[in-house]
Design a protein around this ligand. Structure first.
Ligand SMILES: [Fe+2]
Length: 282
């Protein structure tokens, strides 16, 4: 079942540019304008990767600067966890889609809409409108960012370094301290799955077009050599700051790593973690 879909993603240098360099957000109503990048088909379909956990690849999003849409498509992906009480945990929700919503309702009750970092929140408002009983979980600074961009979203709770009662028994979490790029990371215990957003970038070069392909190659953040996002590298040099989070990642002993962009790691997660984060801190 797990191998049925290749849940590698296209993710992209676009995403890096968008979120991390130009620091603008994704518009919520873009028309298709593919310039060579490819989607992770099928999109808007739940793809199980383990018991009670799956991913949904989304449609292209486009970079807009000062209200002008640029022909820079990139893909996004959300992770869905079904909790034992039947509630669904949606990590970094993709653009709302009616058919997808109906499919998810068959799995459980859409309950938790999670913004893992301040760059991933654009579609939470759409899902909250469709499912008024949901709880929208805020990451650090996301409220300010959403307000500044007049995004129609209202966050009801704040994420913390410790998992809340709502999912503590099944999902653990910690705050990966990347400074401006800090991100809450999650671990689904039963499936031993690490759920990351932008912390690791692992782009498939044949999924992006030039000049991004060359830029991605130069940055070294491509499959199978995915790396920690370069904005976080200075932090990694200060192991004392990142040590607790890295120690926690090691202690979880993940067997799979899901990413919001780029190809996921569905095997040998321990090797990947050692290569990227180093050995466990003492
Ligand atoms: Fe991102």
């Amino acid at each position: 079942m797990l191998a049925k879909y290749r849940y590698h993603l296209s993710a992209s240098v676009y995403q890096i540019v968008i979120h991390r360099v130009l620091l603008v957000d994704v518009p919520q109503h873009m028309v298709a304008c593919n310039v060579g990048a490819s989607l992770y088909e099928p999109i808007n379909v739940y793809k199980p990767v383990g018991p009670n956990i799956g991913i949904v690849d989304g449609p292209f999003e486009y970079l807009t600067v000062a209200g002008i849409k640029l022909p820079l498509p990139f893909t996004t992906r959300m992770t869905v966890v079904r909790l034992s009480n039947g509630d669904l945990f949606l990590h970094s929700p993709i653009k709302f889609d009616e058919r997808l919503a109906k499919e998810l309702q068959k799995l459980g009750a859409v309950r938790h809409l999670v913004s893992p970092n301040q760059f991933h929140y654009a579609h939470i408002g759409e899902w909250a409108k469709a499912f008024p009983e949901t709880i929208s979980w805020a990451s650090s600074r996301v409220r300010q960012r959403a307000r500044a961009r007049h995004a129609d979203v209202h966050f009801t709770r704040d994420l913390d370094a410790s998992a809340p009662e709502e999912w503590r028994g099944e999902i653990d979490q910690t705050l990966f301290p990347g400074g401006y790029f800090k991100e809450f990371i999650f671990f689904h215990k039963n499936s031993k799955t690490l759920v990351l957003t932008d912390t690791i970038i692992n782009i498939e070069l044949d999924k992006v077009s030039e000049p991004w392909r060359t830029a991605t190659k130069l940055a070294g953040m491509y499959h199978p050599y995915g790396q920690i996002f370069f904005g976080m590298l200075p932090l990694l040099l200060q192991r004392a700051k990142a040590g607790a989070a890295i120690g926690k990642i090691h202690s979880w002993q993940p067997q799979r790593i899901l990413l919001s962009h780029g190809r996921c790691f569905d095997a040998d997660a321990d090797e990947v973690i050692r290569r990227i984060f180093g050995e466990p801190p003492h």
